[in-house]
Every structure is written in C-alpha cells, then in structure tokens.
Design a binder for this molecule. Structure first.
Ligand code: CA
Length: 223
C-alpha cells in the first residue's frame, strides 16, 4: 500500500514517514500544499495524510481541488487540537477521517488500516483468502494457522493481493501501489517477488493472467 504524507512540520513529517515505513507502507512525502496537490493529482495512493495548515496552498483547498478533479482516494486530515471548525470544513471538503494534533501514532495507523480496508471493500481487520489469513493489525500472514515468514517486499505484495483478492491486478498497478515515487520501477521486480511468494503459499493461488496481470484466489482451479 502506498501513502502520501503532506505535512510541513519537518519533525512530524519524519516521524510519520518512519512509522509508516516500519508498518510496511511505501511512503511519498510533501512539505507544502502545492507539492502535495501535484503528487495526489498524478500518483495513485491508497491513503493520504494531509495537514490542514500548509504553506503555498492550505490543506482544505488541496482536498477540494482533488475531489473536484475526481481524485477519490481516502484522505485523513490532520487538524490543530482546538480547531473544530477545521474538522467540519475538512469533512465537508471530502475528508474521510481526521486526527487532531497531537495524536498517538498507533491511533493514526489504526485509522489508516481502516481506510485501506474500507476502500478495498473489507470491513474486518482480518482478511481471509482460502487457507491464507492476513492480520492487518500485526502485519502477519498465516497459512492454515501457521505463520509465514515474509520479507517486507513480499509482505507488501501479498497484502495488496489479499486486499484485492479475486480481482485481476495489473503489474503496473502493483508497481504503483507498492513502491515509492523514486523507486526504480522495473516491472521484472514484481515477477521475482511473485515467484518467491509462490514458494511460500500454495503456488496456484496466484494466477498469472496473460497480458493482464495476476489474480489471487482461494480456489486452486485452472482457468
Ligand atoms: Ca502545518
């Protein structure tokens, strides 16, 4: 999953990037409203964390312009503690949730997980696909109840496929949602990681759909 952090407070921005990276997200970052707006308009994000008080363009205007341009990704705004009017303006502008500063990082991470789940149509924090179970709270995957050891890149890939199971996901979509903006986007990387995942889960659960991409499905049937 790929997240955009738009926050001009450098310390907070750094803390957010580090907490999100540790939690397995690919993170892009912006320090003012214009840069943030541009990234959110051009790149596909699974969630955006958007401060309301930003230089160059304030967060509410950024959000309004994204929504006007039909950018529908989940957005969590960060507001000053006592500014209830910012929360109202933010939600009216199209925010999906808000966090008042200062906040506990764990709470923000839980709200991000909820947004990612909802956006992909899952209400529960455990996502199941046949014998596989992803616990989004702990970022662990089990196969028939046994934990599977995954590297962080393998986890990102499998978690994305599990959020979107039974759907064909293209290689481009995977590259765009698993890696940061400046990552070397060689699509062979995806094939390598798919190959590694197939060694850790029942191999026919991940189907290659020729010319279209991959589909994770619980049935091991042939197409
Ligand atoms: Ca600010």
């Amino acid at each position: 999953m790929r997240v955009l952090v738009v926050e001009d407070d450098r310390d907070l921005n750094r803390q957010l990037v580090s907490a999100l990276s540790d939690a397995g997200y690919a993170v892009d970052t912006a320090f003012d409203g214009e840069e943030g707006f541009f990234l959110g308009e051009t790149e596909p994000y699974d969630v955006v964390i958007l401060d309301t008080g930003l230089p160059k363009m304030d967060g509410i205007s950024v959000l309004e312009q994204w929504r006007r341009a039909e950018r529908n990704m989940p957005v969590i705004i960060l507001t000053a503690r006592d500014r209830w009017s910012d929360k109202v303006a933010g939600i009216d502008a199209g925010a999906d949730d808000y966090m008042a500063k200062p906040f506990h990082m764990e709470e923000l991470l839980a709200r991000i997980r909820a947004q990612v789940r909802r956006a992909s149509g899952h209400a529960k924090s455990d996502i199941e696909c046949g014998p596989l179970r992803l616990d989004t709270k702990t970022a662990r995957v089990t196969l028939d109840g046994q934990p599977i050891k995954l590297t962080s890149h393998e986890y990102r890939l499998l978690a994305y496929l599990m959020h979107h199971n039974e759907r064909v996901v293209s290689r481009t979509e995977l590259v765009e949602h698993l890696y940061e903006q400046d990552f070397d986007r060689d699509s062979n990387t995806i094939e390598v990681f798919i190959g590694r995942l197939r060694k850790k889960i029942p191999p026919d659960m991940i189907k290659t759909i020729r010319g279209l991409g991959y589909r994770l499905s619980q049935e091991g049937d042939a197409d």
